[in-house]
Write a protein that binds this ligand. Structure first.
Ligand code: ZN
Length: 167
């Protein structure tokens, strides 16, 4: 699927950078995935509760844990708030850690810089995989999800963890 999108972009004759191609490819790919998964997993009623397919977890949840989205038919997106928090954290950090990495390169901390580059790639590659969300449950608060993400991915980089808020 990704290869097809890249080929279409290449054949279109539009001159864009490699980074931009990668970015557009990712966006289109998730869009197609979200649409096709919604078609094959329609909403249904269970004990008076509307159940919606969560594409992050790969399972149905009650509608109230889903991210509200007025433009969607069911009024919600096809991902739950807790899983989406992790996805957004991974999405944001995948580019951020690359800039942290350059700081380490400048300071000659090459091993650490390389580890960060790898982490950035890993976050990018795994953020759309169902198993990534196994440690996230729909009842988790946004703060707890962020804490879990930091413990999971920043274990080797305590300096990147968010500072406790001072009163
Ligand atoms: Zn979910």
């Amino acid at each position: 699927m990704r290869t097809e999108i890249i080929n279409i972009l290449a054949d279109s004759g539009v001159k864009i950078s490699k980074d931009k191609v990668a970015q557009i490819t990712e966006q289109l790919y998730s869009l197609f995935q979200a649409n096709s998964s919604k078609q094959s997993h329609p909403a249904f009623e269970k004990d008076g509760v509307t159940m919606i397919w969560c594409s992050r977890h790969g399972e149905y949840h009650p509608i109230e844990v889903m991210v509200p989205n007025k433009s969607k038919k069911d009024g919600v997106a096809n991902y739950c708030k807790a899983a989406q928090r992790k996805w957004e954290w991974m999405h944001a950090k995948s580019t951020l850690v690359a800039s942290y990495a350059s700081n380490y390169f400048i300071n000659d901390e090459i091993d650490k810089a390389k580890k960060l580059v790898d982490l950035g790639k890993y976050l990018k590659e795994t953020k759309n995989i169902v198993s990534t969300f196994e440690n996230i449950t729909t009842d988790m608060s946004s703060e707890l999800v962020v804490k879990i993400c930091e413990d999971e991915f920043f274990a080797d980089f305590p300096e990147l963890k968010s500072k406790p808020k001072s009163k």
